[in-house]
Write a protein that binds this ligand. Sequence first.
Ligand SMILES: NC(=O)c1ccc[n+]([C@@H]2O[C@H](COP(=O)([O-])OP(=O)(O)OC[C@H]3O[C@@H](n4cnc5c(N)ncnc54)[C@H](OP(=O)(O)O)[C@@H]3O)[C@@H](O)[C@H]2O)c1
Length: 262
Amino acid sequence: MTASRPVALVTGASAGIGRELAAILAREGHDLVLVARRVDELTALAAELKERYAADSRVIPADLARPDAAQEIVDDLGPSAVVDVLVNNAGFGGHGAFHKRDRDAELRMIAVNVTALTDLTRLLLPGMVERGRGQVLNVASTAAFQPGPFMAVYYATKAYVLSLSQALAEELSGTGVTVTCLCPGVTETEFQKVAGVEDVPLTKGPLSMTAQAVAEAAYKAMRRGKLIVVPGLHNKIGAQSVRFAPRRMILKVVRRLHPADH
Ligand SMILES: NC(=O)c1ccc[n+]([C@@H]2O[C@H](COP(=O)([O-])OP(=O)(O)OC[C@H]3O[C@@H](n4cnc5c(N)ncnc54)[C@H](OP(=O)(O)O)[C@@H]3O)[C@@H](O)[C@H]2O)c1
């Protein structure tokens, strides 16, 4: 890593939105810390970012479902390491009736989507505040705006990310550190396969976005220090409309977007 380039740490950089965000950050002059489980993908990305943007990358393989993962990443970086931009992007979903879902998978989802994001932010924020500069980009979802029957834990994890991000953004005002929460709608990535929602009405619709378009919108919002970014007009309208619709009605509509058997 060169001393002159700011450093961005991106979790979930091996695929999808995280990969695109890492590429944009490299293009915009950052060196990278790339975190995920799949080392080969991270190593290939690091080589690509070097060649295309002369960015130096450090690959840190980590399973963020492990309780000590965030601390181990920070230990690996070393005490003198500076992280200017933290992108908490790693996450996954799961589909099915809550009482029948694999218990371990649900707990791992909370560990990655909630615990690791919180811990990594808690560990890296003091340095940012001390330096009087820093940017945190937390990836939630349009799922954050309402509960999600048959994807109940996933939606709840994203509501947590949205809530935490907004509270921290306010706490940090005046410190030079900003927190932005990205809330994408359906995006073409490996997410649908991992979550088991490739064939549900939600993802079969015509309104999915590319990971690159989502990442560009997120980067722009983060640079401006925006609080929340919902890429795509259809997603913006959806996120707003649930604020006024009756709760029971919202639950019935969301249930139909990804139905499952009891
Ligand atoms: N795609 C959508 O429709 C959509 C919509 C709204 C929000 N989002 C959110 O966007 C974020 C990125 O998802 P994506 O759509 O880009 O999905 P993706 O293509 O499946 O990428 C997910 C990334 O998270 C990493 N990850 C998953 N579990 C991990 C673990 N235990 N430890 C470390 N890294 C882990 C994966 O890396 P490894 O497998 O290599 O570990 C991968 O890099 C997620 O937070 C997701 O909830 C996605």
